[in-house]
Design a protein around this ligand. Structure first.
Ligand SMILES: [Zn+2]
Length: 438
């Protein structure tokens, strides 16, 4: 879109007069009697008992969640209301939006075990119409999906090359002659059940609420004032799960499963930066998923929006500069220290949040986990999922400048299998591209 058309669309006549929607701003500092009627029973076995997550302010029922729908995109919605292009009382039309394949309930959707039961997403989030039409949607209550399940055809140049070179063979169903891949996929917005999240973080729920409140500079006062509300819709990115092969196979213990859980790295994943192994490992994961699906099993790639170890891309690029400019140049032995010096912490991805999507899909065993991360492995095992084999990235796919990252991670405890082995002596020797070539 050209800048002129964009500015004209922003300044065109308003469709709606901005208003406060339902006519008031709710400062919900105290529980109301009515809120007990929609209080969530997290972990209950039926949608009727569990009740829907209600994250929209409306007259008919009170909210039972703190925060707003859409993760970080909630802010853009507010802008659309502010400039008059969105009616704040608009209710989504969910006709024909239901999942294009089923992800049915399994035991991890229920109960309140802090690790083996889901607490970072709403397991019913894709079944809003199915589960909550009769008692809520048909009565005009605005309940929104937090998960959408659809299908896609994807073109990945490296996979197309593999088909052309014959290292991957088309089967006409999962992988086509053109190199195109058929997948199912699910987009998930975060929905946090705070009591169990606190248990995963080894803190009390009041400590968790207080720090979330303070570190967002008071954006969500209900974290402190509404302790009757256990659900928080955090203003963060969610995840996408790509499924290769028949999704029903994921739940079949007799079928084999390949999995990669990947944390976003836009610089490498999309733009091909050679300072890390992210895109090569992602492509390797997709290749292994295709092969597993072609053998009658299934593959899952989970793509988390946790850029720069969830410290964000600004922090990440500051760290790149610090790595290249430090005395002695970019070296493996200082890899983690550089991040800690800039951010105060090495990593905030908190992999204990990660396994819920696997539990939601019905995963109980992973035959091939394409990851070397001890943090991911430990979190998956803690969730009660068996991991049979851990598959490192083939060494020929590690870009030259990414040797620093690889050596530092393996030395710090990443699983290198038979392929990678890093001693303290080796660590001292591994250097990246000099700042003069930066
Ligand atoms: Zn990366």
């Amino acid at each position: 879109m050209s800048s002129s058309s964009s500015s004209s669309s922003e300044s065109k006549k308003r469709k709606h007069t901005p208003s406060f929607g339902i006519g008031y701003v709710a400062l919900t500092t105290h529980p109301t009697k009515q809120s007990a009627e929609v209080k969530l029973n997290w972990g209950a076995e039926t949608p009727d008992e569990r009740r829907p997550v209600i994250g929209v302010e409306q007259l008919k029922v009170p909210r039972n969640a703190i925060g707003a729908h859409g993760g970080s995109y909630m802010v853009y919605k507010a802008l659309a209301v502010a400039n008059g292009s969105l009616d704040p009382t608009y209710k989504p039309d969910l006709h024909n939006t239901q999942p294009s394949f089923d992800i049915p309930p399994n035991k991890s959707w229920f109960g309140t075990d802090p690790y083996k039961s889901i607490c970072t997403m709403d397991p019913w989030g894709h079944k809003i119409k199915e589960a909550f039409s009769e008692k809520y949607l048909t009565k005009g209550i605005d309940v929104r999906p937090t998960i959408a399940v659809t299908k896609a055809h994807i073109d990945i140049p490296e996979i197309m090359d593999m088909v052309r070179l014959g290292t991957l063979k088309a089967d006409g169903k999962i992988l086509h002659e053109s190199g195109q891949i058929s997948t199912g996929k699910a987009a998930v917005d975060p929905v946090w059940y705070l009591p169990n999240l606190a248990k995963r973080f080894n803190c009390t729920v009041s400590e968790l609420r207080q720090h979330l409140f303070q570190q967002t500079n008071g954006m969500f006062p209900e974290l402190l004032t509404r302790t009757d509300l256990d659900i928080f819709l955090p203003p963060i990115g969610g995840l996408t799960a790509y499924i290769f092969g028949d999704p029903a196979g994921i739940r079949d213990p007799n079928k084999k499963l390949a999995v990669r859980v990947h944390d976003e790295c836009n610089g490498s994943d999309v733009f091909g930066s050679d300072i890390c192994t992210c895109r090569p490992y992602l492509v390797h994961g997709i290749e292994m998923c295709i092969k597993m699906a072609q053998k009658g099993g299934c593959g899952i790639i989970v793509y988390f929006r946790k850029e720069g170890r969830a410290l964000g891309e600004v922090t990440k690029y500051l760290v790149y500069n610090a790595r290249k400019r430090q005395k002695g140049g970019d070296k493996a032995e200082e890899y983690f220290n550089c991040t800690a010096n800039v951010a105060g912490v090495e990593d905030v991805r908190f992999q204990s949040l990660m396994p819920d999507v696997l539990l939601w899909l019905g995963v109980t065993k992973i035959d091939q986990l394409m990851s070397m991360s001890d943090m991911k492995y430990n979190a998956i095992v803690r969730a009660g999922i068996e991991v049979v084999n851990r598959i490192p990235i083939p060494p020929e796919r590690v870009p030259a400048d990414a040797q620093v990252e690889m050596a530092a991670k393996v030395f710090a405890g990443y699983e290198g299998g038979q392929v990678y082995n890093v001693t303290a002596e080796d660590l001292k020797k591994v250097k990246g591209r000099d700042k003069s070539e930066f």
